[in-house]
Each structure stands twice: as C-alpha cells, then as structure tokens.
Design a protein around this ligand. Structure first.
Ligand SMILES: [Zn+2]
Length: 238
C-alpha cells in the first residue's frame, strides 16, 4: 500500500512556495518488467519522488536545495524544451528534467536510470517517439558509465539484460542480440538467462513490446544453477 502526505517547500531556484506530495511508504508485488520497471503500487507511486516547482519548472527530490550551476541548467534552452509542448507530460517531463540536472553533475548511472524512468512516463502517455529518444539517452549514459568503469547493476549479465531491452524497444535489434549474447557468455543465474534468451526470441520477431520477467521465465524455464537461491521479485535486479 502507498501512503502519501503533502508538504510546503520554498523553491531554491525562484523562491516561490509550492505544495508537494511526499511518499511515506509504498510496496511492489509481482514481477517487474524486463527493463526493471516495478509492478504496482510502486509503479504508480514512483511519480511522486521527483518534485516540480510550478513557477519555474525546477525538478528535484528536494526543491529547497540546489546550486548556481543547477539554476543555469534550468534556464537553458534544452531544459526549457522539456517544459512545454509534446515533452510536457506529467511524471515523464519531471524525470526527463531531473535526468538532465543529474547528468550535468556527472552522475551518469543515476542519469541513465532517470532517463529510463522518463521513457516509462512517455510510454504511459503514448508518446512512443519521445520514449524512444529517452531509451537512446539511457543507453548513451549507461554505456558511457561502463566506459568509465562504473557499474549500474551488480550481477553477471544483469547490465546486458537492461541494455538489451533498451536496444530492442528502440528498434536496434542487431545491437540487442549482440548484447544478449554477451550477457549469456557471462554465465548469469537462471533468471537472467531466461530474460536474455527471451530477448533473443523477441528480437528474432522484431518485437518492441513491453513484457514482464515472469513472461521470460514462463517461456524459457532454464534450470537453476547448483546452489542458486530463489530470488524474490523485488530483489531480482539487486
Ligand atoms: Zn521555482
């Protein structure tokens, strides 16, 4: 169950007072999507994590905090583009704006996850071309993080499992299949093997739809490796 409360906060960037919704608690029951998107209640509640100033458009986990460099980003044409037109969609726009701020601070891994979150938001608003744009952005950030020796998911083959879905859902099937094979070569646990094999199957059909991890396990029931423990759904990607 999700519980929320509202708070008043003064925006660091413009000094105006906003009322924001804060999550006290939430939970997730059931399998995540192949790209880690959690099941309900977290699936809906997550949009409350990032707060937006309704006056200047600044987005943050805490609107009362910021830096001069962040104020410059908020003023930039690239940021302002996310505050209007096709990009202005509840939840998605906030994640996209916050991703830009986090990238400007050099945290490629968090910026990658936030870009993926923006893509989920645009999926929900049926804005497929923009969702694709943010999947490609997430790919760029995760790949750059890897180049710099940063890890964004720990288990063997798990980073490939995230990347392959980003490639597949942005219609880059060859890259997706290559990435799935690289992941399988790392001898991951049975769940990740199921996911990577399922991705190869989806790519062979040029399928760009969203599926849950359960669907992958039902499709390819790879036997557990010796000594492998059954994982809870919400620990799947840990
Ligand atoms: Zn403001």
């Amino acid at each position: 169950m999700t519980t929320l409360h509202s708070e008043r906060v003064i925006c660091f960037n413009c000094g105006n007072r906003n009322r924001v919704t804060v999550i006290n608690s939430t939970n997730t029951l059931g399998p995540p999507d192949l790209d880690t998107r959690p099941a309900e209640m977290m699936r809906s509640a997550m949009w409350n994590f990032i707060h937006k100033c309704k006056y200047c458009g600044y987005c943050s986990l805490d609107l009362s905090k910021g830096t001069d460099a962040i104020s410059e980003i908020v003023k930039s044409p690239a940021y302002r583009k996310l505050c209007k037109g096709e990009y202005l969609r509840k939840g998605a726009s906030e994640a996209a704006r916050y991703a830009m701020i986090i990238e400007s601070e050099g945290d490629l891994v968090r910026a990658g996850w936030l870009s993926l979150r923006a893509a989920w938001g645009y999926d929900d608003h049926n804005k497929s071309p923009i969702a694709r744009e943010f999947r490609i952005q997430a790919l760029r950030l995760f790949k750059q993080a890897q180049t710099e020796g940063k890890t964004f998911v720990k288990d063997p083959g798990a980073e490939e499992a995230v990347l392959v879905d980003l490639y597949r859902r942005s219609e880059q099937f060859e890259e997706a299949m290559e990435t799935a094979k690289q992941g399988l070569a790392k001898n991951p646990d049975s769940n990740i093997q199921n996911v990577l094999k399922f991705q190869l199957f989806l790519c062979s059909e040029q399928n760009t739809k969203c599926y849950t991890v359960q669907k992958a396990i039902d499709h390819f029931d790879t036997p557990k490796k010796e000594g492998e423990k059954k994982k809870k759904w919400w620990r799947f990607w840990k």
